[in-house]
Design a protein around this ligand. Structure first.
Ligand code: GMT
Length: 374
């Protein structure tokens, strides 16, 4: 089977899922063609079944807004025709699903092309629900041959917002590998927490929806009782205000900003507890990655997070913005190392049992086969 994959290549969950899915499919013998404006950030290995096609948008003085969706549609049609793609799997509805629709239309007399659309989160809850994009998002979803959502919550939101005339299947995010736990980067851990302080970790693209400031307030509340370190991985619009807040609170020694990083699995192993206090989260891939590195997670109870984070098994949940409750959970674990260790083991087991790629990827393959057999 030949599969096209389109996604945002930048630092973010939808691109990570698309890229890891493509890499896994290639390992299983499928030919995979990534189509995007840049090399996806985790597409960092060579494989005989993986190809990358860059979309270039010509600049022209008339184009105040360069028409990426059109250049993408043209590239998708070209690749589908010349490489004989069976299907194109797009991640994040806007604009990928629309571009795929246009591509399929352009080549329909010479080559059949099926479209699978995976909805990831803000393509439904924020961007797609905006009146400027609502009708085109519904249209793109309905014109797909199959649609998946990364949680039951996101499926429900999609139905509530768009009432699309197409079924939506839930296929959860997955973990690609199980890192060995003894591989802790101990030199790094010692550098960040020289006195053996517990290390809290947060990883995100620092958009307002992630509530990065809450992680700082949690660390501030915890340090009133116990010394602690907070390591922040990632970058984005809220980083400057987060840095400013840390200076205002005089916590420069306790809060470490690492910026964007590639080797997430190694970095996660230096942590003791993972924080995800998001305002909204359709699934929470970063928390899943943390769990499989043995980090209990303290998350908000927003969106699809309760489908991932199981209270008392993989960590704890609290209402959005409830800093005292989240800080209380951190202290509970810090003060009771036996509890933290037990949660560390059960979080990892939970991640591996329910969200391993061997369980999730076959669900996508099964969907591809069903769509192609229609
Ligand atoms: O919807 C977004 O914010 C974009 C997307 C991304 O590219 O970062 O994140 C979403 O997709 C991930 C992968 O499916 C999910 O694990 C994240 O929960 C989800 N983010 C939100 O819903 C905020």
């Amino acid at each position: 089977m030949k599969i096209g994959i389109s996604c945002y290549p930048t630092y973010g969950g939808s691109g990570v899922v698309a890229t890891e899915l493509g890499k896994n499919l290639a390992m299983r013998g499928y030919e995979v063609h990534f189509i995007s404006y840049a090399l996806p950030y985790r597409l960092n290995e060579v494989h005989e079944n993986i190809f990358f096609h860059e979309v270039k948008v010509p600049q022209y003085p008339l184009f105040e807004y360069p028409p990426y969706a059109l250049a993408l549609a043209t590239k998708m049609a070209d690749i589908a025709l010349y490489e004989k793609l069976d299907l194109i799997h797009v991640h994040y509805a806007i604009p990928h699903a629309l571009s795929a629709n246009i591509a399929r239309d352009m080549i329909k007399d010479s080559h059949p092309l099926k479209i699978i659309t995976t909805l990831h989160g803000t393509d439904i809850t924020l961007v797609g629900a905006d009146p400027s994009f609502m009708r085109i998002t519904r249209h793109s979803i309905e014109q797909s041959d199959a649609v998946t959502a990364v949680s039951q919550y996101l499926k429900n939101e999609t139905i509530k917002t768009f009432q699309p005339r197409i079924d939506i299947e839930v296929i959860y995010n997955f973990i690609k590998e199980i890192p060995p736990l003894h591989n802790v980067c101990s030199a790094l851990k010692h550098k960040f927490a020289p006195g053996g302080e517990p290390v809290l970790i947060h990883l995100s693209n620092f958009r307002p929806v992630k509530r990065v400031l809450d992680t700082i307030y949690i660390a501030q509340a915890v340090r009133r009782e116990r010394p602690v370190r907070l390591v922040l991985i990632g970058d984005g619009p809220d980083r400057p205000i987060a840095e400013q807040k840390v200076r205002e609170l005089g916590m420069e020694k306790e809060v470490i900003f690492l910026g964007k990083q590639e080797d997430i699995y190694s970095l996660l192993t230096i942590g003791d507890i993972f924080l995800m206090p998001s305002q909204s989260e359709s699934f929470g891939l970063a928390a899943l990655e943390a769990m499989c590195c043995g980090l209990p997670c303290i998350t908000s109870d927003a969106g699809g997070l309760p489908e991932l984070n199981q209270e008392g098994v993989s960590g704890y949940l609290a209402p959005v913005g409830d800093i005292p409750k989240m800080a209380g959970y951190v202290l509970q674990m810090i003060n009771n190392p036996g509890l933290r260790k037990k949660l560390s083991q059960s979080a990892r087991e939970h991640a591996i049992t329910h969200f391993h790629s061997d369980k999730i990827i076959p669900q996508y393959i099964n969907l591809y086969n069903r769509v192609l057999a229609r």
